[in-house]
Design a binder for this molecule. Structure first.
Ligand SMILES: Cc1cc2nc3c(=O)[nH]c(=O)nc-3n(C[C@H](O)[C@H](O)[C@H](O)COP(=O)(O)OP(=O)(O)OC[C@H]3O[C@@H](n4cnc5c(N)ncnc54)[C@H](O)[C@@H]3O)c2cc1C
Ligand code: FES
Length: 262
């Protein structure tokens, strides 16, 4: 059950340029599921949402992989082992488990990769059908968690926008190719909204579920302020409905979202 608590920082490591992963520990983290997030108190700002990059329910430990983009994430990334983080967690609706007998694509861009790694760590070992991981970054120095996937016995396909590593371009082209070979497949994706809108369009008609994890700006994180709403279907004469990313997401089924706002 979600609530505010202070989690102990047990590990800190630099994982890429301007990216730090902290492992935190608290018994409330035992119930966390992939795709959920922690809302972390940072001095002088609103709480900042960060997904779980890995979850060890037995130990009550979870990873937080943070890209420094402003004051809140800079403060989190500067924390040291032995300090605590004040967090509300675990929050939101995480990923539903994948169907183990359906081909599975995990598609992540930037800091959208960590929640997909926690999904693979939780469910990959019992997946019977083929699985494919596609990781996107702007350049080689920003590729995240590819070694973690390899340690979990899957070789990810890497794309970089400048071609400095893997395939030049975005995750979209490899996903299109995978979909043409796997029309019966299922997809989990997390990344910038522009990427998710493309994934949503490409996966129309795919037989399996498509789960999209959004990283919208947030206020309260608990459904009260409406800072995080996104348009949802049905889109009628009065326009779209709305969903709160913090409580009804951050993971949505593809059919729930309208992307006209991108
Ligand atoms: C459910 C969820 C999970 C997230 N998981 C992670 C994660 O695992 N790792 C991680 O590094 N970040 C994650 N984020 C994004 C992270 O919360 C923001 O980067 C952070 O709040 C920025 O705070 P700041 O004070 O450092 O920067 P700010 O000064 O608030 O912002 C700096 C810049 O980043 C942009 N920005 C801020 N927040 C967001 C956002 N949510 N989406 C897109 N752009 C934003 C701002 O427009 C601005 O240009 C997640 C967000 C959500 C909603
Ligand atoms: S962040 Fe306040 S309602 Fe979602």
């Amino acid at each position: 059950m979600a609530g505010a608590f202070k989690a102990l920082i047990v590990t800190v490591r630099q994982v890429a340029l301007d990216h730090v992963e902290l492992i935190v520990e608290h018994e409330r983290l035992r119930d966390a599921t992939p795709g959920q997030f922690a809302h972390i108190l940072t001095p002088g700002t609103l709480r900042r949402p960060v997904s779980f990059s890995r979850i060890d329910g037995g130990l009550g430990r979870a990873g937080l992989l943070v890209q420094v983009v402003g004051p809140g994430t800079a403060w989190i990334a500067a924390r040291q082992v032995g300090e605590t983080l004040d967090m509300l967690a675990p929050l939101g609706r995480g990923f539903a488990p994948p169907d183990p007998d359906r081909p599975w694509a995990l598609v992540g861009g930037g800091v959208g990769i960590p929640p997909l790694f926690s999904a693979w760590e939780r469910w990959g070992w019992r997946h019977r059908a083929p699985a494919h991981v596609i990781l996107g970054a702007r350049k080689a120095a920003l590729v995240l968690m590819d070694a973690d996937f390899r340690q979990q016995a899957i070789e990810p396909l890497v794309t970089t926008e400048d071609g400095s590593r893997g395939i030049m371009g975005t995750v979209v082209d490899p996903l299109r190719q995978w979909l043409s070979r796997n029309p019966d497949g299922q997809v989990m994706a997390c990344g910038p909204n522009g990427m998710l809108a493309r994934v949503s369009a490409l996966t129309e008609g795919i037989a399996g579920p498509v789960q999209l994890a959004l990283e919208q700006r947030m206020g309260c994180g608990i459904g009260a302020c409406l800072a995080c709403v996104v348009p949802s279907v049905p889109v009628g004469p009065d326009g779209p409905g709305y969903r709160r990313v913090c409580t009804e997401g951050p993971v949505f089924q593809r059919e729930e979202l309208a992307w006209s706002w991108i």
